[in-house]
Structure formats: structure tokens, C-alpha cells
Ligand binder design. Sequence first.
Ligand code: CA2
Length: 152
Amino acid sequence: MSTPRRLLLVNGPNLNLLGTREPQIYGTGTLADVEQIVTHAASALGFAVRAIQSNHEGVLLDAIHAARDDCAGIVINPGGLTHTSIVLRDALTGVALPIAEVHISDVRAREEFRHFSYVRDIAAVRVVGEGVPGYGRATRLLIETITGRAEG
Ligand code: CA2
């Protein structure tokens, strides 16, 4: 089967609150902005995007499992699950798709408990601390990984 030209965009718990609170940490962009940035970056390179945000871990796992059937890679900001969830990591390794891990804030410069990531070592691409625009760069780098072509 040929590689599907579609990405799954996953935003984890609380990222629906983007743009409503804590602008000093996360900026003023909303979840809708994130989805638009990723869709735009992907479409410029010929890829479609299916986006999901959920505050429920099982819903995220089901969406990741479904990506096996029709996606070529996953752009994911797991939110706080980054630092806690072996279950999420197992789902990501289970589907064996290339992953771009995104964090809006610079987790390395925040509390110690945000320094560890269960996703880091299985991610092909990692973009941290570049704000909402970081999702766009992560998308381009992930597509470059998938297609083997350099970012334009
Ligand atoms: O910097 C990131 O993107 C994070 O993944 C965001 C998570 C946090 O737990 C990670 O350590 C780093 C939190 C997402 C919550 O987002 C909010 C946005 C606005 C207001 C409140 C929460």
C-alpha cells in the first residue's frame, strides 16, 4: 500500500484552554489556531490533517490506534501526559508511525517534573518552546521525515 498523505494531529488534556488563560506561558493562540497552522503547513506539502483534542486518555489512544489505517505520521502535544503516561507511549510505539512531539512552552526551563518526557526517545522530531508556531515547523519536519525530502 502507498504511504497515505495524511497526518493525525493530537492535542492532549487541557490544550482546549489555549488562548483563554496563562498567556505568559502559552501565548494567545487558540487550539483553532494550532489546527489551522498544522493544516496549512501540511497542505502546502500535499498532506491532509485529521485533528483531535481530548481531555480523556482513552479517547486519545483510540484516535492514535485508528491512525494506523490512514495516516503517515502523528504530530502530538500530549500536554501533561507527556510526563506521566506509559500508556500513551505504548499506543504511539504500537502504531509504529513517525512522531513529532511538540511543546508550546520550554519545558526544559520550567519545573523539574516537566523535564522528563515518555515520548522524547520515540519521536522522530521534537519542537519545544517555540510557541504555537512551533507546530508548523514540527509538521514540516515530520513530512520531510516521511517523504525523505528537505524542508522548503
Ligand atoms: O508546553 C506545552 O505544550 C505543554 O505540553 C503544555 C501542558 C503541560 O502540562 C506540559 O508540561 C507542557 C499543559 C497544557 C495546558 O494548557 C493550558 C493552556 C492554557 C491555559 C491552561 C492550560
